[in-house]
Design a protein around this ligand. Sequence first.
Ligand code: XMP
Length: 321
Amino acid sequence: MKVTEIKLEDLQPKEFVEQKIKEISSIVGNGLAINALSGGVDSSAVTMLGHRALGARLKTYFVEHGLMREGEPQEIVSLFRKLGVPVELVDAKAEFFNALKGIQNPEEKRQAITDAFYKDVFARLVKESGAKFLLHGTNYTDVEETLAGVKRQHNILEQLGIDTQKSYGYKVIEPLMQLRKTGVRKVAKILELPEEIYNRPPFPGPALATRIIGEVTPERVKIVKQATKIVEEELSGTKAFQYLAILHKDRVTGVREGKRDFGLQIEVRCWDSKDAVTGSPTRLSFDILDKLAERITEEVPGVVSVTYNITKKPPSTIEVV
Ligand code: XMP
């Protein structure tokens, strides 16, 4: 299926919202649909579109896979409850960590996450709820990068020739597929989502697993979670597009209290970008970099080295997996 982009200058957010609400209503009919909310702008916009189109016939879940940032699942669920959208928290930590066990290769990791989402968790939720449709926040950049072979975005299915009805037992509806992120933000604003959502820095679906080189284990996620919290606290005042912490696989020699310490390495990335298709490292002041290094080595157990990525995308990518 060929997808045509709606360029930002051609997007009329209000009309777009009205049209998508009609489309979702007519596809789902009297049936039920489910969707997974992560709190990112894409899945939040889809949740509101689905809520407006289907009301109680949409069941929204927050899949707690154990790879989200500190406190994120509870914060997002309570924010949407305040907006009148009931969200059920699904504990799927064991399923995801089992699926990721022993995997080092980045694309295999992405595949394991895709399978855990679609074959295991969504298929189970569809079955339990009786829904026939899954509403999904796929955007135009996801489709483009996956088809170009840059990365297999975890949410691309039908554009890769996967028949979701046959493979997983449900149909996927992707109302945002013609928009890039900036377009989605405009739509989210029209849908009356709060600014913390419509201007939320991007965060990938496979979450912190895209920021861990090597095996994803609960222990390693804990480390990258702590480093992420520090990076977000220190860099949220910048106008950067996205900032993140990466846990490296190799250990390096450090020294603590006069003794050799074969410790962990954290890489910080902070990006200037318009649409995540290309990007360049933000020219952070050395004082900020210094503070990051100090806090990460002091507050995250075992870290002896902090580096800052100075490479553009391409050839780098925003995430490391
Ligand atoms: P990369 O690493 O490909 O990232 O330069 C481009 C943008 O996409 C986000 N990203 C993802 N988003 N599912 C998503 O929903 C994914 O599998 C995924 N991988 C990367 C990344 O955070 C950046 O904003």
